[in-house]
Ligand binder design. Structure first.
Ligand SMILES: Cc1ncc(COP(=O)(O)O)c(C=O)c1O
Length: 387
């Protein structure tokens, strides 16, 4: 089946396994080799083989990953980077200029906030935080003529708020801006923002896409070829590209994304069931709960509700810290989306960079990245830690 047919006709799992790469013409290798080469022999000056001249510009292992993730997000072009933040920075510089303005989530991932607040701001880009779940506030934060991007995460990190992608796209487009969706938490298996009107998807592929906590990476996917041209230029000009080994690991992870996500969701649902009836848990935050304010929107735009669960304990910050330190199957650590379960205290860890700002997270909040271990072991581990 040709690349185009994979994109147009195949199911998600088939695309995950085949899109982006045809078995090697010379050897039949079914998995793309790790092209550990910086440069390529030219057949005469300018006579490039397959368009490859230098591995910052393009590398065949990276090309395979880029084609794969574009197909999974139902976009036209994908781009792979050294990290999620490298992807974000490249995207911002490709689409904005000093003097422009962007709207960002008021509970964005701490590193994304830091990028806008401490790096892009110095470069001359203004930003305003708004809650992604409140369309009126997002619309009010937009400055027509100045706002270039409405940037959202959905679900957000760590409060799992849900933004209505279709409605947010309409707000952005009415103001002449583009909608960027950080799809890291949902992954392309659970949600495809480009099909709902978003212009750009960005990923920390470090998380569910890679899925095994063994590689740091980022990706951008676009559907418009003019945007693709700008990102292509900046990817090469700024140079924060994914290396061939990292690309290979990420591509291997994507092949099993569907299976892993279903198990992450199954286990998260079991954990949520347990937490909601525990006397020392004040609030469980999970978009799959009917009581979650974004449940209906999530039901419309997501296949399932993901592997991330946040909860607040009744005993305050000290208890939250103790729970994080007492689990044994849940490993205390930053990051998320790997096969192993992780627990963390956002206020002191991933979101320490937003302390004292409008984006500060509650001190009694615990965040879980529910892995794919045996569900009973995960529940028993939390039970021990809470008691
Ligand atoms: C939602 C989200 N976006 C972006 C990033 C940044 O990605 P990276 O750590 O790969 O640079 C993270 C990292 O945790 C994240 O959680």
């Amino acid at each position: 089946m040709s690349e185009q047919q994979h994109r147009n006709k195949s199911g998600f799992e088939t695309r995950a396994i085949h899109a982006g790469y045809e078995p090697d013409a010379a050897t039949g290798a079914v998995i793309p080799p790790i092209y550990a080469t910086s440069t390529y022999k030219q057949d005469g000056v300018g006579g490039l083989r397959g368009g490859y001249e230098y591995s910052r510009s393009a590398n065949p292992t990276r090309t395979a990953l880029e084609g794969n993730i574009a197909a999974l997000e139902e976009g036209e072009r994908g781009f792979a980077f050294a990290s999620g933040l490298a992807a974000e920075d490249t995207l911002v510089r490709a689409l904005c200029k000093p003097g422009d303005h962007v709207v960002i989530p008021d509970d964005a991932y701490g590193g994304t906030f830091r990028l806008f607040d401490k790096v892009e701001k110095v470069w001359g880009l203004e930003h305003s935080p708004a809650p992604v779940s409140d369309l009126e506030k997002v619309a009010a934060a937009v400055r027509p003529g100045e706002t270039r991007l409405v940037w959202v995460e959905t679900p957000t990190n760590p409060l799992l708020n849900i933004g209505d992608i279709e409605a947010l796209a309409a707000i952005a487009h009415d103001a002449g801006a583009l909608l960027v969706v950080d799809n890291t938490f949902a992954s392309p298996y659970l949600q495809q923002p480009l099909t709902l009107g978003a212009d750009v998807v960005v990923h920390s592929t470090t998380k569910y896409c890679g899925g095994h906590s063994d590689v740091v990476g980022g990706a951008i996917v676009v559907k418009d070829l003019d945007l693709a041209e700008k990102v292509t230029f900046h990817q090469n000009a700024m140079g924060a590209v994914a290396g061939p080994f990292d690309s290979w690991l990420t591509l291997r992870g994507l092949k099993t994304l569907a299976l892993r996500m279903d198990r992450h969701c199954d286990n998260a649902e079991r954990v949520v069931d347990f937490l909601t009836s525990h006397p020392k848990v004040g609030e469980v935050i999970y978009p799959g709960l009917e009581t979650h304010p974004g449940h209906e929107v999530a039901q419309r735009q997501m296949k399932r509700y993901g592997g991330m669960v946040s909860f607040r304990v009744t005993g305050g910050e000290q208890h939250a810290l103790q729970v994080c330190e007492r689990t044994e199957v849940f490993t205390l650590g930053e990051s998320l989306g790997g096969v192993e379960s992780l627990i963390e205290h956002p206020g002191r860890m991933t979101h320490a960079s937003v302390a004292g700002t409008d984006l500060e997270v509650p001190a009694d909040l615990v965040r879980l990245s529910v892995g794919i271990e045996t569900a009973e072991d995960l529940v028993a581990d939390l039970e021990r830690a809470l008691d």
